[in-house]
Design a protein around this ligand. Sequence first.
Ligand code: SAM
Length: 223
Amino acid sequence: MGRLSIVATPIGNLEDITLRALRTLKECDVIYAEDTRVISKLLARYEIKKPLQRLDAATEGQKAEEVLARLEAGEHVAFVSDAGTPCISDPGARLVAHIRTNIPEATVETIPGASALTAALSIAGIDATEFTFLGFLPHKKGRQTALKKIAASEIPVVLYESPHRILKLLKELETFAPKCRVTVARELTKVHEEVQTGAPAELAQSLQKRDAVRGEFVVIIEP
Ligand code: SAM
């Protein structure tokens, strides 16, 4: 019976990959990737040549069947998402569930590493003994309910946000939780890594002053 390795990859800085992850990517028979072009850059950097297959949110069900057949044939399959830890606001969970349910005798192993969630918390300077992770807020239905839940939370709430919506989110927080303390971590592990803390209105003002809002964001809201 084969082996499925769920491999964490860097969230920006290509050096943020473990020795075990590199060995796994070198040793496996095939790599399934959320986007083969994204992972190709990482593989080129470490001179790893492997057959690549795409497995993204849209194809996860069908590709999980394909992976299952490979594991039954005794292959070693690695799965990587575009950045960070698979299954954290990324594909992978349906694949893992499918394999665990249908061939429990196969080995499913984690190759842990970077995640924007833990990277942000590690430099936010907040007590993260307890926190709620909500990932990306829903864009439409359920968004107001989520914002109210955040405003009422007694423990820090961590969100992921894209550059297109970060200003909108800060303005919404200004309405729903004007007194909360927000930490915005941008471009973690990259050249322009930046962490800012303040009231939602202050952070919105600071972002609005910029010519363009670039990068990826982790937002931590403290009660
Ligand atoms: N699986 C990933 C992980 O383990 O963190 C998260 C994937 S999710 C599709 C992408 C989101 O993670 C981005 O929109 C952003 O909110 C956050 N993110 C990823 N890389 C980041 C970085 N270098 N700096 C800040 N946030 C980042």
